[in-house]
Design a protein around this ligand. Structure first.
Ligand SMILES: Cc1ncc(COP(=O)(O)O)c(C=O)c1O
Length: 356
């Protein structure tokens, strides 16, 4: 049999890989360090008892979207939900990208922005951030004027650098994009850990969407649940594209149950922010460079040890962080997720042992 021909642009590409190794301390994928709060399991079980399993789920995910809308003080029509924020981003690209269209990213940033764009047949133009990884508005202008992207991605806090853009960046980028037909997508997967958000800028006549997720703050990476806040007209377009009944009843119930625990989640976020400050402060005494972060992770690089070597030395001590050393412009860098205080202590002890 001759194999059916894979689309040539897909055949040439590598898939998404994030190595999972069996270790004691996993600080590599920016998940929440703890299971959902006490009471969540009971609430979810009760909700599951009420699911009509033989019926399709509520296609509009009304209960979940209503709760999210209330949390952000937006209208329910301004909320779109999907299977993880990756599916949110994919739906945006299926709607606004495609053949003959262009997306812009500013590297280094979240690899899936370019990956998803390309999968949808969208051309990707890569701008670069400054050497300190901040977003350079002159570079944004150059990219917009040269390519007039249909979609422009900004990630704040940015993954993998952790950097938060100043609050006026979104206005400045929108201003640069005005006069084009482009859409600004602000990925706030880590927004809860950061002091600023673009959600307040969403309005009917502003070409802006903000995506968020239950994977980080809400301790629900396993559930695959993400959402987007956007003008109602835009959500309506996304609903045309997404598969019917894409969000199963189980997941909708899990999201609704989780949102009952808002204050417990806020406390956890505060703890992670404190732990982030503690780790960064303690690492100041080690021969490493660190980057400030507004997320539940940060980037670091050893002064006198290669990234691969340091990553392996941590794995040898049963600690897994993300090895970014071979990523463009991240020579020697590793990214560590903030874990529980005990996990963070184990990471610090291992790092101290390796570097001193
Ligand atoms: C910046 C960014 N956006 C989106 C995602 C995807 O999150 P989700 O689990 O909601 O698909 C991630 C996951 O790590 C991320 O880092």
């Amino acid at each position: 049999m001759t194999r059916p021909q894979v689309r040539s642009d897909i055949a040439l590409r590598k898939g998404y890989h994030s190595p999972q190794i069996d270790v004691d301390v996993r600080l590599n994928t920016n998940e929440a360090p703890a299971a959902p709060p006490e009471g969540f399991d009971t609430a979810l079980h009760e909700a599951l008892d009420n699911i009509a399993w033989h019926r399709y789920p509520d296609r509009g995910a009304t209960a979940l979207r209503t709760k999210l809308a209330a949390r952000y003080d937006r209208a329910v029509e301004e909320v779109f939900v999907a299977n993880g924020s990756n599916e949110v981003l994919q739906t945006i690209m299926l709607t606004f990208g495609g053949a003959g269209r262009t997306a812009a990213v500013f590297e280094p940033t979240y690899a899936l922005h370019a990956h998803i764009s390309k999968t949808t047949g969208t051309a990707v133009v890569e701008g670069v951030r400054r050497d300190d990884f901040t977003l350079d508005l002159d570079e944004v202008r150059r990219i917009v004027e040269t390519h007039e992207p249909d979609v422009l991605f900004v990630c704040s806090p940015n993954n993998p650098t952790g950097l938060v853009d100043p609050p006026d960046t979104v206005d400045a980028v929108l201003d640069i994009m005005s006069g084009t037909n482009g859409l600004l997508v602000v990925d706030e997967a880590y927004g809860q850990f950061s002091p600023t958000s673009a959600v307040g800028k969403i309005a009917d006549d502003v070409p802006l969407v903000v995506s968020r997720t239950f994977s980080k703050t809400w301790s629900m990476a396993a559930a695959r649940l993400g959402y987007l806040l956007a003008p109602a007209w835009l959500v309506e377009e996304l609903e045309k594209v997404v598969l019917p009944y894409h969000l199963d009843a189980f997941k909708q119930a899990a999201g609704v149950a989780a949102l009952e625990f808002g204050s417990a989640m806020d406390e956890r976020v505060a703890l992670i922010i404190d732990e982030r400050a503690r780790l960064l402060q303690q690492m100041a005494d080690l021969p490493v460079q660190t980057w400030d972060s507004g997320a539940n992770f940060f980037l670091f690089r050893a002064a006198e040890m290669g990234g691969d070597e340091l990553w392996q030395a941590l794995v040898d001590r049963s600690i897994l962080v993300r090895n970014c050393a071979s990523w463009p412009r991240l020579d020697g860098c590793l990214r560590v997720t903030i874990g529980t205080p005990e996990e963070n202590d184990a990471f610090l002890a291992a790092l101290g042992e390796i570097l001193q």
